[in-house]
Design a binder for this molecule. Structure first.
Ligand SMILES: [Fe+2]
Ligand SMILES: [Fe+2]
Length: 497
C-alpha cells in the first residue's frame, strides 16, 4: 500500500480488504480477533467509557472539538501502517494492535534461552510481568496529563497537531498495556486497568509511579526536551520488553515502538528548529557570542546556553528512570526471560545468559568516581542507560551541525552520567556536568549555571504566545523542513472550532 493510497480514506472507511488485519468494524479496532473472545471484549468495552471520561477530564485542555490532521494505524506492517485525515480527538480510533506473530520464535536470552516463546502467561513469572506492565502502562497516560495545557500556547498549528498526535498515541499505548492486563491477569488485571485511570501526574495523594512523570511540562521547550529524552527512555524500555519471552508482550511492544519513533522525531526536530531560529536571528543581528544572553533574548529567541541547561535538566531526570544501576530485580527479569537488553536478539559476542559475564559500572566510592567490573546480570540497568546515552548522541550531534553551519562557537554536550541524579549509584553525590565530584557548597555556587534557573523559566514562559494562524510560526522556532505527510507550508493542521 503506498502512502498516496491512504490519503483519500476517511476514518469511517477503513474496513476495505486492504486493511484486513485490523478490524475497524468493532467498537474497539484490533488485530487480535477480539470478537472471538467475548469475555475479554466485554471487559474492554466496560473499560472504554471510563477511558473516554479520563481523556475528556485529563487529556488535552480545549480543542477536543477541533478537527486535527492525525494519522491512524491501518496496518501493522512497517511499510504502510498509517493513514492521515481530520479527526476530532475524542473520536480517535484507539485500538489494540500487535506486531505480527513470528512463527517459531524462541526466547532469546536468560535461563529458558532457545525454548519456544510463551504464548500464555508463564505462571511463575506472573507478578514480575504484572509489575513491569503496570509501570510501563502508568507512564502513557501520565505524559498526556503532563502535556494537557500546551495546546493554548502552541507556536504553530503544525506543532499543535504534533502534540495531539503524540497525545492520542500515548492514549493508545495505555490501551496496549490494558489489553495485556485484562487478557492475562484476570480480576487483578481489571483492577490495575482501573487504577491506571485513577493515579494522576503530580497529584499528592495518588501520583504516577515514576518521578519524571510527576514533573510538570509547563512550556513547549520542555515538551520537545521531554519527547526527545523521556520518550527515548520509553523506547529503550519497550525495546527491552520487545525481546521478552512472553510473546504477547513482545508483539505489543514491537508495534508501540513504531509509534514511539514519531514522538522522538517531534522532540528532536522541535529542539533543532528552536536552535535554527536562534542561530538565524543571531547571524542576522551580527551577534557572534552565544553568551551575550541579553542581546539574544531581545531578539525573541532562546539563547543556546539556556537550551543546554534544559538539556541538562531533562536528561538527568530521564536517566533516573532507568533505576538503580546495580539491581537484582533487573537480574531476575533477565534470567526469567521477561526483559532483555536493548537489541538482545542481534547482540553478538556473548551467550545471552550472562552467568559469568561482567560489565563496567561507574560508582562513587570514598568521594571518587571509580569504574568497577560488576556481574553483568546485576548491571543490566546500567547497560541500558549506557545504550540510551549513545542513542541520544545522534540527535545532539545533529543539533550541533546547525550551530556549526551558522558559524557560532557553541557545542551541546551531554552532561556526565552522574550529574543531578536522585536514583542509583550517584544519588546523594554532587557531580558537575564535566564529571567532578563536588562539595555541597561548590554545587550550590554553580548549579544555577547548569540547570534552568527562575530567570530562564520566566523568559521561556514569556515566549509562550500562541501562533494559531496556518503557515505562521512563533519567533523562537523555525518552520519544519517538510510538512506532515508532505503537506505544504500553509496547510491547516488543526481546524479550531
Ligand atoms: Fe508511549
Ligand atoms: Fe511516546
Amino acid at each position: 500500500m503506498s502512502a498516496d493510497d491512504t490519503l483519500a480514506d476517511t476514518p469511517g472507511s477503513m474496513s476495505s480488504d486492504r486493511f484486513v488485519d485490523i478490524s475497524y468494524d468493532d467498537v474497539i479496532p484490533n488485530n487480535v480477533q477480539l470478537s472471538s473472545d467475548k469475555q475479554l471484549q466485554r471487559a474492554l468495552e466496560t473499560w472504554r467509557p471510563k477511558y473516554l471520561d479520563w481523556w475528556n477530564d485529563m487529556g488535552p485542555l480545549g480543542y477536543q472539538q477541533s478537527e486535527v490532521y492525525l494519522r491512524t494505524a491501518v496496518g501493522v506492517d512497517p511499510a504502510g501502517w498509517a493513514k492521515f485525515g481530520y479527526v476530532k480527538m475524542p473520536s480517535y480510533r484507539w485500538g489494540i494492535l500487535l506486531a505480527p506473530k513470528v512463527e517459531g520464535r524462541t526466547i532469546p536470552f536468560g535461563r529458558y534461552k532457545g525454548e519456544p516463546a510463551w504464548q500464555e502467561m508463564p505462571g511463575e513469572h506472573r507478578s514480575l510481568l504484572r509489575r513491569l506492565i503496570v509501570v510501563q502502562g502508568d507512564t502513557e497516560p501520565a505524559s498526556v496529563e503532563q502535556q494537557r495545557f500546551l495546546g493554548a500556547t502552541a507556536p504553530s498549528l503544525y506543532d499543535m497537531r504534533n502534540l495531539f498526535q503524540v497525545n492520542v498515541e500515548e492514549g493508545r499505548h495505555l490501551w496496549a498495556m490494558v489489553y495485556l492486563l485484562v487478557k492475562y491477569f484476570g480480576k487483578d488485571g481489571r483492577e490495575e486497568a482501573q487504577a491506571l485511570l485513577e493515579r494522576q501526574s503530580g497529584q499528592i495523594n495518588n501520583p504516577r509511579i515514576l518521578g519524571a512523570f510527576n514533573e510538570r511540562t509547563p512550556d513547549w521547550l520542555s515538551f520537545f526536551m521531554f519527547t526527545f529524552f523521556t520518550d527515548r527512555d520509553g523506547k529503550m524500555q519497550l525495546a527491552a520488553l520487545a525481546e521478552s519471552g512472553f510473546d504477547p508482550l513482545s508483539r505489543t511492544c514491537r508495534f508501540m515502538l513504531t509509534e514511539e519513533a514519531h514522538h522522538m522525531f517531534v522532540g528532536e526536530t522541535g529542539v533543532q528548529r528552536t536552535i535554527e531560529a536562534t542561530c538565524a536571528a543571531m547571524v542576522k543581528a551580527g551577534i557572534k557570542e552565544p553568551g551575550d544572553v541579553e542581546a539574544v533574548r531581545k531578539l525573541g529567541v532562546v539563547d543556546l546556553p539556556l537550551l543546554q541547561r534544559k538539556v541538562n535538566f531533562h536528561i538527568s531526570v530521564t536517566r533516573d528512570l532507568f533505576g538503580s544501576e546495580i539491581s537484582s530485580n533487573a537480574a531476575d527479569a533477565f534470567s526469567s526471560g521477561i526483559k532483555g537488553r536493548f537489541n538482545e536478539a542481534n547482540l553478538k559476542g556473548d551467550d545471552h545468559v550472562l552467568q559469568d559475564a561482567t560489565y563496567p559500572v561507574t560508582r562513587v566510592i570514598d568521594g571518587k568516581l571509580v569504574v568497577e567490573q560488576v556481574a553483568a546480570l546485576r548491571a543490566l540497568n546500567s547497560r541500558l542507560l549506557d545504550d540510551f546515552i549513545v542513542d541520544c548522541q545522534g540527535g545532539v550531534d545533529r543539533w550541533n551541525k546547525v550551530v556549526e553551519k551558522a558559524g557560532i562557537a557553541f557545542k551541546f554536550v551531554q552532561p556526565h552520567k552522574g550529574f543531578n541524579r536522585r536514583i542509583g549509584e550517584f544519588a546523594g553525590a554532587r557531580i558537575s556536568p564535566a564529571g567532578e565530584v563536588l562539595t555541597e557548597d561548590q554545587w550550590n555556587a554553580k548549579s544555577g549555571d547548569w540547570l534552568p534557573n527562575d530567570d530562564d523559566m520566566r523568559f521561556i514562559s514569556s515566549l509562550m504566545k500562541p501562533c494559531h494562524e496556518p503557515g505562521k510560526y512563533a519567533s523562537w522556532i523555525a518552520p519544519p523542513r517538510v510538512g506532515v505527510n508532505n503537506q505544504l507550508g500553509d496547510f491547516e493542521y488543526v481546524k479550531i472550532f
